[in-house]
Design a binder for this molecule. Structure first.
Ligand code: NAD
Ligand code: TYD
Length: 351
């Protein structure tokens, strides 16, 4: 059986990737390496945790000795690297955590792969999952991020992801490590941690709490359903050309305020509240520092070269997402209680 190491598999996107690989590829032994930070939650994987081709390893990618040991013990065929600090607001209040996890952690994995694969390099594959935020922001509505767009990261989060992308390419160029990178737009869907826009709004609407819209709510994001991202990762891992980058996007741009209105309407309908009830909770708060105006992906390369395109319309994806949160209230309450609650409340009060 081929061993595949997936890092960050207990997080939002990682859990969907782990589930897809465990269920679709019985010929792989999937190792999920996760430090279980505030964002990692094994509840996300309850349905597959007993599968015979699944192994969970608790460990930290910033611990070089541990990572080296893991690669020596296991001859991994491939790596799909998702573990990261992923929230822009946290990167503004604690940038060093992003340098350590996203840059040093990625370099540790690259080093371990390079050392343990040295005799058989071409037979392996190191896949780095990255973000469209490395390209900076767009102003011209006719412009989109292409794989050739110059990097221009503007937040500590995007700067740390850009740095990790550069390290991945450097290991390919310098040592011949067989790498592939994808840069994806904003994801949404089940298991999304409620510090990010969509799950935060869903949570606050349920609890009749204010809905904090940064600035005037004019920033634009390109939303993709998380299972479509997991499917793109599958396609790129198996068919992507070594050394290449693929942009992944939903072709689905929404101004934040319009999206919050849509969520309010959807939630009012689902909760049996009178139309217009939840939008009264919208509260305009101080804008995020350095807030990127617009992200929008051109995913033509992925479509023409590897045949991937998003499968789900946004209306359907959002309904599925809202339904998931409403029928998994225990998940939602668990991740917003306990030690996380303190952070959440402090952050919430500052909005
Ligand atoms: P997440 O914050 O939900 O999950 C991150 C996971 O990584 C958690 O399970 C956490 O425990 C784990 N982790 C963090 N630090 C670790 C460490 N030092 N060692 C081991 N594990 C550690 O993140 P996500 O939203 O699922 O994003 C996953 C990846 O996809 C990230 O690399 C992110 O940059 C990228 N990405 C995210 C989006 C998005 O919209 N969420 C879009 C494009 C790309
Ligand atoms: P977020 O989900 O944090 O993703 P990212 O910053 O990586 O795109 O935020 C999405 C957009 O929503 C972004 O423009 C910031 C905005 N936003 C709010 O207006 N209010 C909030 O409470 C949050 C978390 C985000």
């Amino acid at each position: 059986m081929k061993k595949i190491l997936i890092t960050g598999g207990a997080g939002f996107i990682g859990s969907h990737v782990v589930r897809r690989f465990v269920t679709q590829y019985p010929e792989y032994q999937i190792y999920n390496l996760d430090a279980l930070t505030y964002a990692g939650n094994l509840e996300n994987l309850r349905d597959i945790e007993d599968a015979s081709n699944y192994t969970f390893v608790k460990g930290d990618i910033t611990d070089a000795e541990f990572i080296d040991g893991l690669f020596l013990e296991n001859e991994f065929y491939g790596v799909i690297h998702l573990a990261a600090e992923s929230h822009v607001d946290r990167s503004i209040s604690d940038p060093m955590a992003f340098v350590v996890t996203n840059v040093l952690g990625t370099a540790n994995l690259l080093n371990a792969a390079k050392k343990s694969w040295k005799e058989t390099l071409p037979a392996h594959r190191f896949y780095h999952v990255s973000t469209d935020e490395v390209y900076g922001e767009l102003h011209d509505p006719a412009e989109f991020f292409l794989e050739t767009t110059k990097y221009d990261p503007r937040s500590p989060y995007s700067a740390s992801k850009a740095a990790s992308d550069h390290f991945v390419r450097a290991y390919h160029n310098t040592y011949g490590l067989p790498i592939v990178i994808s840069n994806c737009s904003n994801n949404y869907g089940p298991n999304h941690f409620p510090e990010k826009l969509i799950p935060l709004m869903i949570h606050n609407i349920i609890h009749n709490k204010p809905l904090p819209v940064y600035g005037k709510g004019e920033n634009i994001r390109d939303w993709l359903f998380v299972e479509d991202h997991a499917r793109a990762i599958d396609v790129i891992f198996h068919k992507g050309n070594i050394g290449e980058t693929y942009n992944i996007g939903g072709h689905n741009e929404w101004k934040n305020l319009d999206l919050v209105f849509l969520l309010c309407e959807t939630m009012d309908r689902k909760l049996g509240r009178e139309s217009g009830t939840s939008e009264k909770l919208i509260t305009y708060v101080t804008d995020r520092a350095g807030h990127d105006l617009r992200y929008a992906i051109d995913a033509t390369k992925l479509k023409t070269e590897l045949g991937w395109e998003p499968s789900l319309q946004f209306a359907e994806g959002l309904e599925r997402t809202v339904d998931w949160y409403l029928s998994n209230s225990e998940w939602l309450e668990n991740v917003t209680s306990g030690s996380y609650q303190k952070y959440y409340e402090a952050m919430y009060e500052s909005k």
